[in-house]
Design a protein around this ligand. Structure first.
Ligand code: ACO
Length: 320
């Protein structure tokens, strides 16, 4: 028994912000941002927030899959920006969709979140626990971005992407998930202060901080390693892979991964130029774009790979 994606949907933030727009609020330039990251625009959410974008992407994925929300058994939402400690964001999506028969919970693995959630869904399908699973990656990073820090604020965007998955007899679906908690500080966002009424600290959200060069080194080492391990375990040659759909962190990271894998960069589709880094949403947004543009054909072998805070990283080999 394997896992198949039967529908996709996406919802970027509603407000497009160019590099030039950012140059009006921090000391930066289009040239600096574009040459180092490949980013030209990002779409920020002014209204919907994490659960609203997630619900819209989910609605479109259900339509594409020709499945009614009431037929969903499980909703998994990968996010680092839930609106509440509880209820979880997946329950908010369940309510907005009217997916009354679905269990719902969130998965937190930063930019690896979608890859981790999709593997979790695959295990539930393989065990026969659930039949129709909605997997969403959604992040509203603009709310945890320090807009006075030019080192981070130029990188991120908001958005959501979703897929519906079902079990299927043929095809393939295999994954790897990894973590290294010792490297937490490389990419970090505190949830709230550690205070209580005794210490007098006021609970508050923190902002994203990052050691950019360490992130770069981590990604270009671990992602190819992980993909090579996955392909060798599954006895799959690189020539069989139609596309590598990677977390859209940075154009230079994707190019470096392609080079290390000795694969043409054309096999690494990118939309970072338009959306920036949307964390858990970047892979399903890209999948949805490619699906709607007719670029994915039944039987195509794809590798998805995520990497991010934790540190966490992982990859999936699947057949479209
Ligand atoms: N505009 C203009 N100048 C800037 C900006 C900016 N937006 N940001 C930083 N600078 C300046 C710095 O202040 C520094 O100036 P100084 O030399 O006078 O001190 C100079 O540019 C160089 O700064 P670095 O941080 O060393 O720049 P670097 O060349 O490493 O590029 C970048 C930074 C693009 C973040 C790079 O490290 C990188 O690509 N890292 C990968 C990290 C990444 O992509 N993270 C995404 C999120 S994590 C994830 O999704 C997994």
């Amino acid at each position: 028994m394997t896992t198949r994606i039967i529908g996709t949907g996406s919802c970027p933030g509603d407000h497009k912000v160019s590099n030039g727009d950012l140059a009006e609020i921090v000391e930066t330039s289009h040239e600096w941002i574009f040459t180092r990251t490949g980013i030209q625009n990002r779409h920020l959410s002014t209204e919907l927030g994490t659960s609203g974008m997630a619900a819209r992407a989910a609605e479109l994925a259900c339509e594409d899959a020709k499945i009614k929300p009431e037929d969903l058994d499980l909703i998994l939402l990968a996010t680092s920006t839930p609106e509440y400690c509880f209820p979880n964001g997946a329950c908010q999506v369940q309510e907005k969709l009217g997916a009354v028969n679905a269990a719902a919970f969130d998965i937190s693995a930063a930019c690896s979140g979608f890859v981790f959630a999709l593997q979790t869904a695959g295990s539930f399908l393989a065990s026969g626990t659930f039949r129709n699973i909605l997997v969403i990656g959604a992040d509203d990073l603009s709310k945890i971005t320090d807009w006075s820090d030019r080192g981070t604020c130029v990188l991120f965007g908001d958005g959501a992407g979703a897929v519906v998955v079902q079990a299927e007899e043929r095809g393939c679906f295999h994954g790897i998930m990894k973590a290294d908690g010792r490297k937490a500080k490389v990419l970090l966002c505190p949830a709230r202060s550690e205070g209580n009424f005794l210490t007098g600290k006021v609970p508050q959200m923190g902002y994203i901080s990052m050691d950019g060069q360490e992130v770069f080194k981590f990604a270009v080492k671990k992602v190819p390693e992980c993909i090579n391990q996955l392909l060798s375990e599954q006895k799959t040659a690189k020539e069989e892979i139609r596309y590598y759909i990677l977390h859209q962190a940075n154009k230079r990271i994707l190019e470096a991964v392609a080079k290390r894998l000795d694969e043409p960069v054309e096999k690494f589709p990118m939309n970072i130029g338009e959306y920036g880094n949307t964390s858990a949403a970047s892979i399903p947004i890209l999948l949805d774009e490619m699906n709607r543009q007719g670029k994915l054909k039944r039987g195509d072998k794809l590798v998805l790979a995520g990497f991010g805070g934790g540190l966490t990283w992982g990859a999936i080999l699947l057949e479209w």
